[in-house]
Structures are given as C-alpha cells and as structure tokens.
Design a protein around this ligand. Structure first.
Ligand code: MG
Length: 278
C-alpha cells in the first residue's frame, strides 16, 4: 500500500499535454508544466498564470523547459538538436533556461526540469568537462532562486548519468526519472536504473514503452500505461524502496488526439490508483 499524489504533464498555452478541464474531471491535484513560450513568460503573464493555477487548485511541481529547434524525430536528430549539449545553440539556450527559471520562481514553483541532451560517454573529454561547467552555471543560477534542477533520464545509461551528477557537485541537481525513456532510447532496464539513481530522484514521469528491435539505434514505441515493457507494480515498489516522496506524473503526449489522450490518462489514473492500493 503506497501513497503518492497523482500528476499529469501539461501546458498553459498551445501544444503538449491535456486540457485543464480534464484535470478537474480526473481529480488530478498536481502537474508538470511545460514552460510557456517566450511571449508568455513576462512577470505579468507569470502573475496571471499563478492566479489561474490557484483558482484551479492545481499544484505545479516542476516546470519543464523546451527549446525552439529541438526535434525528437529519431535518435540521431535528438543527439544533434536537444538540450544544452549542441554547441551552436548552447549560449542562447542557457540564457533562455535562466529566463524560464525566473518564470518558475515567479509562479512559486521550486523545480525546473529539462533534457540536457546526450552527455559524452568520454568523461575525460573537453566536451564532458564543458558540459559540467554549463550545468554548474545553471544550477548556481537556480540555487540563488531556491530552485532545484531536474534532469530527465533516458539519453544515457544510469551509470553515466550517476557519474555526471556526481561530477557536477551541486546540491540542487536531481533527476526526473522517466522509465519509458530508458526503453525508448535503449539505455537500460528502468528498474535497476531507478535503484541506482534513487538518491537523486525527485520527480518521475509515469510513461510506458516497448523496446525497439535495435535498442539505441531506433526508437522504441511509446505505449499507454500498462501496455508496454515497464513493470509498474515493480516501479512503484522501487519508488517506495528509495523513499520517493514526489508525485506520480503521468506523461502521455498525443495532443492531436485529445479524446484518446483523455481516455488513456483516465486509464493510467485507474491503474496507478489500483497499484497503490494493492
Ligand atoms: Mg518524460
């Protein structure tokens, strides 16, 4: 018998996630919020969003940053375009991430999440060292605002991520553990990875996926919760074992099919509630 609040990944403006009326319908008390675009991040917009969230009685537990130009088309494209790793966009994205951190603090939330990108496997390389410095800079900026930084899992095996987190040496750097990403990117079995990274895990995405026939080369397939290769009973038991204290945030991004999305999120809510009562 476990007890964590449920959550869902969503956004205030266009794009990802479910509509807010669905939250009320499904009695979901928390969300991960996809950061609004630059045009909607002014102090006035932040105040308006904070009011709206209060009115809806929804707690945002993490704001997730995304950047223009990121593409999840296939694994090599992710490697080239996502997060703070690509050199061509690094400077502007770091400053945008700091703006998103300002917005996060303004709406009264204490964590910013992001995909950092593919961390170099060569920990002695200049690339790796530079990424450590960039991450320290972001953590220090966020630290002053009492914000934690949550790195999304999946783009590297747990051992490498653990080494990276340890090498950054910042007390406000944590992990958003997404078990499906481990499978989608072919980066290892999620349960042992969760055990290994346990002390860093401060938020999770409840998402499911099936392994690709060529793990790490081609995408696995995202599935409705319970229909993929993540064993959610074991996932929740492991969260209890690592004394996880955050919400269970359901992530199912099929905004082009809102009816199916609502139905699958409802199914995920029921499944997680059932497993928590087992
Ligand atoms: Mg995720």
């Amino acid at each position: 018998m476990f007890g964590w609040p449920l959550g869902v990944f969503t956004s205030l403006d266009e794009g990802l996630g479910i509509h807010f009326d669905v939250l009320a319908k499904l009695a979901i008390p928390t969300i991960h919020l996809h950061a609004p675009s630059a045009a909607h991040r002014s102090a006035a917009e932040a105040a308006r969003a904070a009011d709206e969230l209060r009115r809806l009685n929804v707690e945002v537990t993490c704001v997730f940053a995304g950047f223009v130009g990121e593409s999840y088309t296939d694994i090599p494209t992710v490697e080239r375009t996502v997060g703070l790793v690509p050199m061509e966009t690094r400077r502007e994205r770091v400053s945008e991430l700091k703006e998103i951190a300002n917005y996060t603090a303004q709406i009264g939330v204490h964590a910013v999440g992001l995909h950092l990108g593919f961390v170099s496997h060569d920990t002695q390389s200049g690339e790796y060292q530079e990424l450590l410095d960039v991450t320290r800079d972001v953590c220090d900026y966020c630290g002053v605002k009492e914000l934690a930084v949550h790195l999304e899992t999946g783009q590297e095996p747990a051992e490498l991520l653990e080494e990276f987190l340890t090498d950054v040496e910042r007390p406000n750097l944590y992990v958003n553990f997404d078990p499906a990403n481990m499978i989608l990117y072919g980066c290892g079995e999620p349960i042992p990875a969760l055990k290994r990274l346990g002390r860093f895990v401060r938020s999770v995405h409840c998402k499911d996926a099936k392994w690709s026939k060529k793990p790490g080369k081609t995408w696995g397939t995202e599935m409705p919760l319970g229909a993929g290769d993540v064993n959610f009973a074991e996932f929740l038991a492991t969260l209890a074992e690592i004394r996880y204290a955050g919400p269970l945030t359901i992530e199912r991004e099929i905004p082009q099919e809102p009816e199916r999305q609502e139905q699958e999120i409802r199914h995920a809510v029921n499944l997680l509630n059932r497993l928590m009562q087992a």
